[in-house]
Each structure stands twice: as structure tokens, then as C-alpha cells.
Ligand binder design. Structure first.
Ligand SMILES: C[S@@+](CC[C@H](N)C(=O)[O-])C[C@H]1O[C@@H](n2cnc3c(N)ncnc32)[C@H](O)[C@@H]1O
Length: 387
């Protein structure tokens, strides 16, 4: 990542500001991540093809059974061990560098949640029970996960996630606004339903509202709602949206069972949420999306690209890394789930799935919806349908 100007490092009031040294540290981590993925990771696939698989085949007298067997052999290679340790270390450095920067200014960030004449709202549930599949481990190794709360009027996990997200994506999801996925949801919406009117919309699993703000900005008169599981996360998300001038109604709710009445929304969507839920939760979430949609309403789920069936041996081993060392326990399950089938089973009609070209600004008539992925961050898997 090259050194951006000061505004692009903190493009809205809630984004934790960086000192010179913090900026240098965070950009170093972003560069380290980029270096590992561009320069070191390709060598792992090469090592596997040129050495590990041929040696296994010779030793076993047959080709390896599956990628798990190959992974076992790769794990004995010092090269692979070094790569895996570097990826994990860079991830820990990312959270650490963002965390110290957030903690230095946490009181100021909390004071920014005193917004005069807010356009949206924040509804927290003191009795909310975080689903086990989120609570079980710190997803992405983020210390405190999505839902830790530190003191009164807390915003820490939201600030931490926001400060780190651009580093995590190595700048490829819309810089510090991190909103390309939201615009990509809209590109798909315009592709399929260019004439559809949206009066009420719901984002499930909004985190800090990166995609919520992007989608809501296309419907300035609509009532926009967003739900997630963490109180501090949502307080930050709400304040962030207010400071960028978009009114959104955030509430602490489980997407499996919300308190919205039947037939409420014209558009319900999720962005990169399904791969973080359990196999049991998925059909419940699909059914809940259908319940709260109006007849004729539209559901869109955006997910990580690369279905298991399309991944080669290295792609599968790389996917396993996320499960084993980045606390993404449902990664393989999600990548092998038939999302289209799940949406159909929930009773939706006109179900389509494919890959929507990523965009920083959605426009009707632009952005292809393809059968195959263009690659990570260049297109996103989408399944969409009508109630
Ligand atoms: C990778 S983040 C999503 C990012 C966000 N949608 C975006 O596009 O920027 C996954 C989010 O889904 C939320 N989530 C997962 N399962 C959920 C559930 N059952 N109910 C509400 N939120 C959920 C998590 O708490 C987390 O904030």
C-alpha cells in the first residue's frame, strides 16, 4: 500500500486517527501482508507441485487421495511452516497495531457518539445472547471478537474493526471506507431489478456498517435497518453512519430470528456473513429473510468467491489455513454449501447465483454477472432471489 494523504487515512470522524508512527506501523503491516500474499504464497503452490506431490506419489505408489493428505505433507516443509507462521504473525500485528491506536483515543471516540439530531437510531438488547458459533472463538483472531464490550458507552470493537479492515483487505475493498462489497450488492441489484422501488431495506450482519452505508446511499428516502450481535460494534456503526451523513436504524439482533414484523422490507441483503454462521443457522437465516420481506421483495447474499468445487489443491489448502489458523471454523462448510439450493429450499423464486464484478460505484447497465469468478476482490459470489 503506498502512503495515502491524511484524509484518506481517516475519511470520517469516527475512524481512529493515526499518529505518524501509527500510520507507519499500520502501513508496514499492510505491505507485509501484500508481500506475503504476492511474493511468498505463490511459492507454496510451486513447492507442492514440484516437490511435495511428486515425492508423495513416489513414496505411496499412488497419487495423494485429497488435499488433506497433501496438506499433511506440506506441514512438514519448513517453507510452508514459515509461510503459515508469517501469515498468522502479520494478522496478529494488524490487530495489535490497530488496537494500540484505538485505545489511545477511546475516550474521544466515545464522546463522538453524542450526536445531535441523529437521523438514524441505535437499539441495544441487554439480554441479547450471542450465537455460539460467533462466541466460540475470536473470529479472524480479532481480540475480543465482534462482541466484547469494554465499559460504558463502548465503541472499541467497532473502532478496532474499522481501523484494521483496510489493512486486512490490503486496500482492495474501497480503501478506508471499505465499501466495495456494498456497491457490488447494488450493482447486482441494478443488474437484476433496475426498476425496483425500495422503501425499506435491511442489512443482516452489518458489522460497522461498511456495506450498509454504501447500499443505503442509493436510497436516500428509504428506511434503512441493520443488525448485528455486538453492542460496542453497533454503537460505533451507528455513530459512523451519522458522521458520514446517512441515517440507519441499527439494532442488536440475531439474523436467525429478528423482531421485525412479517412483510416489512423491499430489500434484505447480507455481505460476507453466511461463511461465519453454522450449517444449522443458515436455513434459519434464509427463512427469516423470507419472512421479513414483502411479497415481491428481493434478497441478495454476497459471499467470498471460490466454491470448493472450483478450487484446485492449493486453493483448498489455503482455505484450510483460514479454519486452522485464522479462526474461520465454517470456511470449508460455507465454501462447499449450495447457497442457491438453500435459498430455493427457503421458498424463494427466480433464484440466481454467480459472480458479480466488484465496483466502487454501482450504475445500471454496468458490471457483469458471470458464471465464473474473476478472482478474490475482482468479483464476489452472489445468490439473489425474489419472495
Ligand atoms: C465479515 S462480517 C460482515 C461484514 C459486513 N457485512 C460488511 O460487508 O462490511 C460478519 C458479520 O456477521 C455477523 N453475524 C454473523 N452471524 C450473525 C447472526 N446470526 N446475526 C447477526 N449477525 C451475525 C457477525 O457478528 C459479523 O459482524
Amino acid at each position: 500500500m503506498s502512503i495515502p494523504n491524511a484524509d484518506s487515512l481517516a475519511p470520517h470522524a469516527m475512524m481512529p486517527k493515526v499518529t505518524h508512527d501509527e500510520a507507519a506501523e499500520q502501513m508496514f503491516v499492510a505491505d507485509l501482508k501484500t508481500f506475503i500474499s504476492r511474493e511468498i504464497e505463490p511459492g507454496q503452490a510451486a513447492l507442492m507441485d514440484a516437490k511435495v506431490i511428486p515425492e508423495m506419489t513416489k513414496r505411496l505408489g499412488r497419487a495423494p487421495k485429497d488435499h488433506i493428505e497433501v496438506r499433511g505433507a506440506m506441514e512438514k516443509e519448513i517453507d510452508y511452516q514459515s509461510w503459515a507462521a508469517l501469515v498468522r504473525t502479520a494478522q496478529e500485528m494488524m490487530w495489535d497495531s490497530a488496537g494500540t491506536c484505538v485505545d489511545r483515543q477511546i475516550d474521544e471516540l466515545k464522546s463522538l457518539t453524542e450526536v445531535e439530531n441523529p437521523k438514524g437510531s441505535l437499539t441495544l438488547d441487554p439480554n441479547f445472547k450471542v450465537p455460539k458459533y460467533i462466541d466460540a472463538m475470536d473470529i479472524h483472531c480479532m481480540p475480543g471478537n465482534y462482541h466484547a464490550v469494554v465499559g460504558e458507552n463502548d465503541v472499541r470493537q467497532g473502532a478496532l474493526f474499522d481501523r484494521a479492515a483496510a489493512i486486512y483487505h490490503m486496500g482492495r475493498n474501497g480503501g478506508y471506507m471499505n465499501d466495495i462489497r456494498g456497491h457490488t450488492v447494488m450493482s447486482h441489484f441494478f443488474h437484476r431489478w433496475p426498476e425496483k422501488k425500495v422503501d425499506r431495506l435491511l442489512d443482516i450482519g452489518c458489522t460497522v456498517g461498511h456495506s450498509t452505508v454504501a447500499v443505503a446511499s442509493y436510497f436516500p428516502k428509504a428506511e434503512a435497518h441493520a443488525i448485528d450481535v455486538g453492542a460496542g460494534l453497533l454503537r460505533y456503526a451507528w455513530a459512523r453512519a451519522e458522521h458520514v451523513g446517512v441515517g440507519i436504524h441499527f439494532s442488536q439482533q440475531n439474523a436467525e430470528q429478528t423482531n421485525f414484523p412479517d412483510n416489512t422490507f423491499d430489500l434484505v441483503y447480507s455481505s460476507a456473513v453466511l461463511h461465519e454462521t453454522s450449517r444449522k443457522a443458515l436455513p434459519r437465516i434464509m427463512a427469516e429473510c423470507r419472512r421479513v420481506l414483502k411479497p415481491g421483495g428481493v434478497v441478495i447474499h454476497l459471499e467470498v468467491p471460490g466454491h470448493y468445487s472450483t478450487l484446485d489443491t492449493w486453493g483448498r489448502i489455503r482455505g484450510d489455513y483460514e479454519i486452522l489458523y485464522n479462526n474461520e471454523p465454517f470456511w470449508r462448510g460455507a465454501l462447499s454449501t449450495d447457497f442457491k439450493g438453500l435459498v430455493e429450499q427457503a421458498g424463494f423464486k427466480d433464484v440466481q447465483s454467480g459472480y458479480q464484478d466488484a465496483t466502487a460505484k454501482a450504475k445500471a447497465g454496468e458490471g457483469a454477472f458471470r458464471e465464473t469468478s474473476l478472482g478474490v476482490h475482482r468479483s464476489w459470489f452472489i445468490v439473489s432471489a425474489v419472495k
